[in-house]
Design a protein around this ligand. Structure first.
Ligand SMILES: [Zn+2]
Length: 382
């Protein structure tokens, strides 16, 4: 056999191993995705086998599993309601959606309801932003479908951040006023919506409305960027505290968009010590090898999502547009599922110890209506 033939065979063998790994990963992930829909999981995997360039049979699932691990709604600075977002995701073929609004989980129950109707799995999440004294670090948290182990403590933690954000928005507006770019507080809070802590994007939209800028990008580039002339910090926690808090409440902690950081490796080192599990490495335009290497250096998992806000326009990556390889999702689930199982166990144990209405509510807060019925049926009758 010539060298060329041998090489071809070797490459074929590696490809075959990859094919087996992919098949196993797809099967494992698919089982998790359809865990609660036993009829749709059947025994046979709907797959087909095609010949690749090396004449090796290559595995291709017929049914694509589309994931979205990073998206926001009108509960923070997104433009679509949780229901509308889930409907759009469904339309785009998404099977698993992690809802990650800034500093709030208030959209989860509504998203769960819509997702239940459309057969989508929701990962309850939140994106916590730190104080940004040097640079603003965003940490994503992913929880089990029962949510955090101590939702009252998490709600207080997030509530303090939101209060800080109201103060921060006021500081930014007063800086803009001093820069002779007056905008009204009422305009900003109207844009943000009732009870929603205004963010920089809401302020940028008010600036656009007032005619101070030509587009939202300009607001950030000229005034609102980190250390910009109108920038102000709130009273957010430092990123390490957010990571520790997520770990303590049964969540998986992921560093969001490290490409937005000036010194990602120093930050990743600090966050890894605090318990960080994962880094965003995939975007709609593919894998970013620089951050993938950073994850490898620190022995961290890799993930990614579109950071979809529903702004519209050709520049925005749509929900479900980030392709995360099945092997990567499988690695993530290997770490996440034991964490989530322990969290659910803790929540159930708390309820058994104290079957009070408030503990029942904790159990039901994230769950879908069907699950609530099941939980109620388990409740002691006294
Ligand atoms: Zn972010």
């Amino acid at each position: 056999m010539g060298d060329k033939e041998k090489k071809k065979k070797k490459r074929g063998g590696a490809k075959r191993n990859m094919e087996v790994e992919q098949r196993v990963a797809y099967k494992a992930v698919r089982e998790w995705v359809f865990l609660e829909q036993s009829n749709s999981c059947g025994n046979s995997l709907d797959t087909c086998v095609v010949d690749d360039d090396f004449g090796v049979q290559c595995y291709q699932p017929k049914e694509k599993l589309v994931f979205e691990f990073h998206c926001l709604t009108t509960c923070s600075d997104g433009f679509l309601s949780p229901t509308k977002l889930v409907e759009r995701a469904h339309h785009r073929g998404v099977k698993v959606l992690a809802l990650t609004d800034h500093d709030t989980m208030s959209g989860i129950p509504e998203a769960m309801e819509a997702a239940h109707r459309l057969g989508i799995k929701i990962i309850p999440g939140v994106e916590i932003r730190d104080s940004g004294v040097q640079e603003s670090v965003h940490i994503l948290a992913y929880y089990s479908n029962c949510g955090p182990t101590n939702s009252a403590t998490l709600e207080k933690f997030l509530g303090d951040i939101r209060d800080g954000r109201f103060l921060r928005a006021k500081n930014i507006i007063s800086k803009l006023n001093k820069l002779k770019l007056p905008i009204r507080w009422e305009t900003v809070t109207n844009i943000a919506g009732k009870g929603i802590a205004p963010g920089r994007l809401h302020i940028a939209r008010a600036m656009l409305e007032a005619g101070h800028i030509e587009n939202l990008k300009q607001a950030f580039a000229s005034y609102l960027h980190d250390d910009g002339p109108a920038y102000s910090t709130g009273s957010e926690p430092i990123a390490e505290d957010a990571v520790r808090f997520i770990c303590e409440t049964g969540g998986v902690a992921v560093l969001a968009h490290p490409w937005a950081l000036k010194n990602p490796s120093a930050i990743v080192r600090r966050l890894k010590d605090a318990g960080l599990h994962d880094i965003e490495v995939y975007r709609s335009d593919g894998k970013l090898s620089e951050y993938s290497d950073l994850a490898d250096t620190h022995d961290l998992l890799k993930l990614g999502g579109s950071d979809y806000h529903g702004r519209g326009g050709y520049q925005e990556s749509d929900v479900g547009s980030t392709s995360v390889p099945m092997l990567v999702v499988q690695e993530f689930l290997k770490v996440a599922r034991p964490i989530w199982c322990n969290a659910i166990q803790e929540i159930l144990e708390n309820y058994i110890k104290d079957p009070s209405d408030s503990n029942l509510q904790v159990l039901g807060v994230m769950a879908n209506p069907k699950k609530n019925e099941r939980i109620l049926s388990l409740r002691p009758s006294s």
